[in-house]
Design a protein around this ligand. Structure first.
Ligand code: ATP
Length: 229
């Protein structure tokens, strides 16, 4: 039995375009252990987001195997994907993607509401605990638009952790933040990894990859270099 929480073998993904099939990923292998923080780097168009989307089951590979948290994600029927993702994968994006019509606390409660991972009376206290963890409990009842970018990203991290997922996927999570806030967010990821969460962070900023335990560099849909810290 593998101890890896992410195990990708030969993942390939081609997109159909008017000009024919375009191979965005051409046979990627990736293993990530619990508690490991991996940075996926590469130039624009190298396939980073495509890989993350396969890990999250947002997209399906053309060929290859994607095993995440003990599930062969590529074989899950569409009807089970959202609830599987809600329990097993937290996601953090460059533009936060908080729902603008819900308060910050309600945003953090969403994954618990969606997956019914806790009884309703426990959801708000859990959201408050997470908002406290990321340092914005004071803003719980504000609308996301009243928060700074860094505060919105903290809220998005709290939301991503709501169901205690074993895997956290982040796509350019600091792409819209200043360098001091970037350090705060990345130290939160580091602490989360130390607590056992596997983290895969896509970034085109190579100097940020120093925060990770391991760097996987993609070029033209292939892993061309790997480096451990
Ligand atoms: N739905 C799609 N249809 C056709 N081609 C696509 C589609 N999605 C991505 N691609 C192409 O696949 C390649 C990889 O895209 P991907 O978004 O994974 O790259 P990336 O490394 O994340 O880039 P960036 O850093 O700019 O976000 C690119 O050439 C892109 O144009």
């Amino acid at each position: 039995m593998s101890t890896e929480v992410i195990d990708v073998q030969g993942a390939a993904k081609s997109y159909r375009t008017p000009a024919g099939e375009f191979p965005a990923l051409r046979g990627v292998d990736l293993s990530v252990a619990p508690g490991e923080f991996v940075a996926v780097t590469g130039r624009s168009g190298s396939g980073k987001s495509t890989l993350l989307n396969l890990l999250a089951g947002i997209d399906r590979p053309t060929s290859g195997r994607i095993r995440v948290a003990g599930t062969e994600v590529h074989t899950l029927p569409e009807s089970r994907l959202s609830s599987w993702r809600g329990r097993n994968v937290g996601m953090v994006f460059q533009f936060f993607q908080l729902l603008p019509t819900l308060t910050v606390a309600e945003n953090v409660m969403l994954p618990m509401d969606f997956c019914a991972t806790r009884p309703p009376r426990e959801r708000r206290p859990r959201a408050m605990e997470l908002l406290d963890l990321v340092g914005i409990a004071d803003h719980a009842d504000k609308m996301p638009s009243a928060l700074s970018g860094g505060q919105q990203q903290r809220a998005a991290i709290a939301r991503a952790l709501a169901n205690d997922p074993p895997v956290l996927l982040a796509d350019e999570p600091t792409g819209n933040l200043d360098s001091a806030t970037t350090d705060v967010i990345l130290s939160m990821f580091t602490a989360r990894a130390a607590a056992g969460t596997a983290i895969v962070m896509v970034t085109h900023e190579r100097d940020l990859s120093g925060w990770a335990h391991r760097q996987v560099h993609l070029a033209d849909g292939r892993v061309v270099a790997e480096a451990a810290r």
